[in-house]
Design a binder for this molecule. Structure first.
Ligand code: HEM
Length: 509
């Protein structure tokens, strides 16, 4: 008997005889080579989330690979994803450090890319509290979203009167940015404001290189070569930081302990009470309340809150253009439940299940973050039957969850009806394989806000207009471009005013 077989049989015998549990094995591994890791197996024209889904056929739901020197585990099934995010949420709550995110976040001093720590927890708590302050129970956030929805409808009206089609992307970005500006700085921008134009410019300059230069993140030593993308990223990062600093300085001047106007005030208050308070708990938490942390946290809310929500709105409109019958059903629902005499409100949400189902379906079929944000195992642990070593980067492939043929009937088909019950009146969740905002300790901080925005912007637009493809144009592509988020290509729409859908100028909420 050769030696390895002897040892295997001996181990099996010992396991059976002594009632020992077998040690979990590491997940199946893609081939890898020194230095380049598994790059050759990943070389593909397919987007990574599609390739990762396909690789399941050969390697199973959980497999691992090497990105440069990093050990990466890819998770493709919802049961394992929930183990990572919920059951072992704390163990998997780390985030990797990368060259590009370090530039943007002053070495992880933000929430989204900050590692699991007391500082991270404390910042999440403050931001969560500040967002709740504007939450569903408060009318102020509803007011600001509706004011933006009204401006959006006016732009569509002007275009319709002039007989123009238009690219809605900058208008949607402005509307969503203004909501975040209101939350963070208690201010907003009108169209054409030069500061807003600067903001749009630097946002694109951040999104593009972060999307392109992931090679530097896999092989950090590539930084020694001239890199135009990284140069642009640094430049746009500094422009962003200068703007944030200006807002921060203004806030410090007019700050009052008695009024909390916005997120910056909430962060300032936490910083001041930490400085003035000597209790052990607050002293411990105060570790992270440097100016850098405050600025990066606000930068994070812009980074995470604008591109994501705008992109979902753009996908929703593309699907409405492809499926005019869905648009008609939403409009019928709006006509019956809201009518044309007033505008939709958040309190209508429960009465408009088909619109809600459509939003859910858009988030399913085109998840903006198809690979979430990578998690990191903070200690040796296990996942399903496999051993996971400390420091492994864990990628949850949301695309696999949302397109799992065993969970979703015809997953490639856009069908909001799958979220409606058999009576046709109530909302359901037909599968547990659905996590558009993640889950657990790292769940999206802006989920409630994003849902309010999606609902109000879409309901206002569809109450007033029918959207269609401009004459002579092709239907926009349903293929996304994978970057920081899964982006649709540019497209234009024609907005035709609906009868009785005039915007009510004097209306207040
Ligand atoms: C439809 C819009 C949005 C979608 C689909 C979305 C989705 C997500 C997802 C999938 C994650 C990663 C979860 C994980 O890594 O496990 C995330 C994280 C995050 N999101 Fe969102 N998001 C949206 C809008 C927003 C908004 C409006 C804000 C801010 C107001 C926001 C703030 C954040 C933050 C701060 C994180 C990092 C959380 C952490 O690491 O602790 N998101 N989001």
């Amino acid at each position: 008997m050769c030696l390895p077989v002897f040892f295997t049989s001996f181990t099996t015998l010992a396991v059976v005889a002594l009632g020992l549990k077998p040690q979990p094995q590491e997940p199946p591994h893609l081939p890898s080579l020194p230095l380049i890791g598994s790059l050759l197996s990943l070389w593909s024209p397919l987007a990574p989330y599609i390739l990762f889904k396909q690789l399941q056929r050969k390697y199973g739901h959980i497999y691992s690979l090497k990105m440069g020197s990093h050990h990466v585990v890819v998770v493709n099934h919802y049961k394992d994803a929930k183990e990572v995010l919920l059951k072992k949420g704390k163990t998997f709550a780390g985030r990797p450090r990368t060259v590009t995110t370090d530039i943007l976040t002053r070495d992880g001093k933000d929430i989204a890319f900050g590692n699991f720590s007391a500082t991270w927890k404390f910042h999440r708590k403050i931001v969560h509290g500040a967002l709740c302050m504007f939450g569903e129970s408060s009318v102020s956030i509803e007011k600001i979203i509706c004011a933006e929805a009204k401006t959006l409808c006016s732009v569509l009206s002007e275009a319709a009167s002039a007989g123009h089609s238009l690219d809605l992307s900058p208008e949607l970005t402005r509307a969503v940015t203004n909501v975040i500006c209101f939350l963070c700085f208690n201010s907003s921008y009108s169209r054409g404001d030069p500061e807003f134009e600067t903001m749009l410019e630097y946002s694109q300059g951040i999104v593009d290189p972060v999307a392109k230069d992931s090679l530097v993140d896999i092989f950090p030593w590539l930084q020694i070569f001239p890199n135009a993308g990284l140069r642009l990223l640094r430049k746009c990062g500094s422009t962003r930081d200068a703007l944030l600093q200006k807002k921060y300085d203004q806030h410090k001047v007019d700050y009052s302990d008695h009024v909390q106007r916005d997120l910056l005030d909430a962060l300032l208050r936490a910083k001041r009470s930490a400085e003035n308070n000597n209790t052990a708990e607050i002293r411990d938490e105060s570790v992270g309340l440097s100016d850098d942390h405050i600025l990066m946290t606000v930068g994070d809310i812009f980074g995470a809150g604008v591109e994501t929500t705008t992109t979902v709105l753009k996908w929703a409109i593309i699907y409405l253009l492809h499926y005019p019958q869905v648009q008609r059903l939403i409009q019928e629902e709006l006509d019956t439940k809201v009518g044309s005499g007033r505008s939709p409100k958040l309190s209508d949400r429960g009465n408009l299940p088909y619109l809600e189902a459509t939003i859910r379906e858009v988030l399913r079929i085109r998840p903006v973050a198809p690979l979430l944000i990578p998690h990191v195992a903070l200690s040796d642990t296990s996942l399903g039957d496999f051993a996971i070593r400390k420091g492994s980067r864990v990628i949850i492939n949301l695309w696999s969850l949302h397109h799992d043929e065993n969970e979703w009937k015809n997953p490639e088909l856009f069908d909001p009806g799958r979220f409606i019950d058999s009576k046709g009146t109530g909302l359901i969740l037909p599968s547990s394989s659905y996590l558009p905002f993640g889950a657990g300790i790292r769940v999206c901080l802006g989920e409630a806000l994003a849902k309010m925005e999606l609902f109000l912007f879409l309901s206002w637009i569809l109450q007033h207009f029918t959207l269609s493809v401009p004459p002579g144009d092709e239907l926009p592509s349903l293929e996304g471009k994978f970057g920081v988020v899964l982006q649709p290509a540019k497209y234009k729409v024609t907005a035709t005013p609906r009868q009785g859908g005039a915007i009510n100028e004097g209306e207040t909420l």
